[in-house]
Design a protein around this ligand. Sequence first.
Ligand SMILES: C[S@@+](CC[C@H](N)C(=O)[O-])C[C@H]1O[C@@H](n2cnc3c(N)ncnc32)[C@H](O)[C@@H]1O
Length: 217
Amino acid sequence: MNLEKQLLEGLNKLEAGLPEERERTSTRLLQYIHFLNKWNRVHNLTAVREPEEMVTKHVLDSLTLLPVISGTHHADVGAGAGLPGIPLAIARSDWHLTLIESNQKKAAFLKQGCIELALKNIEVVCERAERFFPSEKFDTVISRAFADLSTFVKSANHLCAEHSKSRLVAMKGRFPDAELMQLPAQFEVEKVLRVMVPGLRAARHLIVIKPDLGTRD
Ligand SMILES: C[S@@+](CC[C@H](N)C(=O)[O-])C[C@H]1O[C@@H](n2cnc3c(N)ncnc32)[C@H](O)[C@@H]1O
């Protein structure tokens, strides 16, 4: 199947949260896949090598977050090659995404991607999340393949906006029983959602956690 068809079919199978302009979204997501594939040959940004696999394992996987995110300002901690932040920013041009990535080579890739793909709703911050203190905090702080849940919430709690709807959301593969048991008590797990990625059999879970707004600096 050609890449465009594969992507469009996948977008149509996603449950919710995708705006109507699917063909335009699909074209821009494809541009991102081509850009990632080009840089990946030289800079080894992701172990996923084939564009067909990037469609399912990276792009469609990232977009399963759409229905659980509310608000407009979001951060992606440990964005790496831009996942899930770039697909989200492409799918929702009305959102603003801040991609926090401590590795300079990856941050350079992200900045170049924003220029070449004309992604105006993304800011790239080359810094460790723990050392980043933005003036405006985020409605949702997301991570994928960043760290165990405890490390994630400790590293990112200070980035959450001080309102009752702000959330930390971690993308996980299998149901993370052990990590959930080790989560510090002041963090409440609001829900754990099992999500289906079109074209992928493997299990995926989204862990939605209420930040600890009480005890932070
Ligand atoms: C395994 S990669 C995952 C990248 C991407 N989220 C994905 O799903 O493909 C984890 C990324 O987090 C970055 N990272 C690790 N610790 C970090 C920190 N404390 N703050 C910001 N980025 C960090 C690493 O440089 C790496 O690019």
